[in-house]
Design a protein around this ligand. Structure first.
Ligand code: SF4
Ligand code: SF4
Length: 396
């Protein structure tokens, strides 16, 4: 991520106007998507996969005055603001977040569609395996293949040591139509760092492996295979493995950004089979929708309630709805701050969007404390949410 917006281009004022004149029109680049937050906004250039923070006033300017002539924008705000406005225009120009062109060119930059869909009912599945003899896992993989599951995660729990059986299943996945596979394995399966890398090279559908109970923490990136391996000394514990919110898990992909507008970014189109064979939406949730020995996956998905969390989007969630990261962040509904409120903030998030600080940063205070100290906060938050809705509506 780049640094905060600093206005560092002010000294290039003359250069900017040697290339652009005040009769040109502000044309925001539609592949650079913005998200409003309580304190600041983000703008993401999806072609470069880069995120930058911008002031909310710049976000507002880009919405309100899109396709306006520069001179008209300056007239709208008045001469006193001209210097600041030029600074904004120059920032947009230098970073290629906007184009300044002729009036006819405004029609050549269509809005970015926020529509999201996927040509399969299930995009991702998690299967927890503790005992190979308990169920016919090859059959389960065939069933997931039949519903065209795109990504599969196999989590081999600590009791599993049989390398041959693991390889057998991976081979099956490799030959089926899954696009990618990720694995959780105990270190004992390979007992060697190199052998884990070799495994990915042999089965390049594997895009990541977490090797728990390793002798040391180590990260291996296999650039050529677009894959990585995380060796961790920790033992496997689903409760501590899942649901963490951290900048390193943010996704700067158009797919994630658009899906998040109307869907949950973890649970949408997800299916999980826990180690006892129960079919769930999330492996850490208690509620299940049948057992794999009695219910088909399609029947479970069709049961009432299975899809409820699919449509809990970040804009519905307390705190997240005011956060500038909400369309790149993954949501967790299993570990939430208030178990009695399904719309409460993920419990494992240490970000306070009202002060734009992470828990490990100086000056951080909790959301609860901040809200207590700022009883008027909600009025401003509602205004900002409305403005963001207007922006989405413009783009629809
Ligand atoms: S909802 Fe939370 S616990 Fe469940 S799969 Fe998603 S991140 Fe993991
Ligand atoms: S407040 Fe919500 S959207 Fe923001 S980083 Fe935390 S979990 Fe993600």
């Amino acid at each position: 991520m780049k640094n905060h917006f600093t206005g560092r281009f002010i000294n290039q004022y003359q250069d900017f106007f040697s290339m652009i004149n005040k009769e040109t029109y502000l044309i925001p680049i539609s592949s650079c998507l913005k998200t409003f937050g309580y304190c600041r906004s983000t703008i993401i250039d999806f072609q470069l996969s880069e995120l930058e923070f911008i002031p909310n006033s710049l976000f507002e300017l880009m919405i309100k005055h899109k396709y306006w002539k520069i001179q008209d924008i300056i007239d709208y705000y008045g001469k006193d603001h001209e210097k600041n406005l030029i600074e904004y225009f120059e920032f947009l120009y230098v970073n290629r977040y906007a184009y300044f062109g002729e009036k006819y060119e405004t029609e050549l930059f269509p809005d970015f569609s926020m529509e999201w869909d996927f040509p399969a009912l299930i995009t991702n599945a998690i299967v927890d395996i503790a005992d190979f003899d308990k169920f016919e896992y090859s059959k389960l993989i065939e069933s997931l293949d039949e519903i065209h599951c795109f990504h599969l995660q196999l989590r081999f729990l600590k009791e599993i040591r049989s390398k041959d059986k693991i390889v057998e299943l991976v081979k099956l996945v490799y030959e089926a139509s899954f696009h990618t596979l990720s694995l959780y394995l105990p270190f004992d399966v390979f007992e060697d760092y190199e052998k884990v890398s070799d495994f990915i090279k042999e089965y390049p559908k594997i895009d990541n492996i977490t090797v728990f109970s390793s002798p040391e923490n180590r990260k291996v990136i296999l650039d050529e295979y677009f894959a990585f391996i995380n060796f961790t000394v920790n033992s496997f514990d689903p409760e501590s493995t899942c649901g963490y919110v951290d900048t390193k898990f943010f996704s700067l992909s158009v797919n994630h950004f658009t899906e998040s507008q109307l869907h949950n970014t973890c649970l949408n189109r997800k299916i999980c089979i826990d180690s006892e064979g129960y079919i769930k939406n999330c492996p850490s949730m208690q509620h299940h929708y049948g057992h794999i020995t009695e219910t088909t996956l399609a029947e479970a998905i069709d049961k009432q309630g299975f899809k409820d969390c699919w449509f809990i989007k970040k804009d519905d969630i307390d705190v997240c709805q005011d956060c500038e990261f909400r369309h790149i962040c993954t949501d967790c509904r299993a570990f939430i701050k208030d178990p009695n409120n399904i719309y409460s903030q993920p419990a494992k998030c240490g970000y306070n969007p009202y002060i734009a600080k992470w828990q490990n940063e100086e000056g951080w205070i909790s959301v609860e404390q901040w809200r207590k100290e700022n009883p008027e906060w909600e009025k401003q938050a509602i205004e900002l949410r409305e403005l963001h809705k207007k922006y989405i509506a413009i783009n629809e």
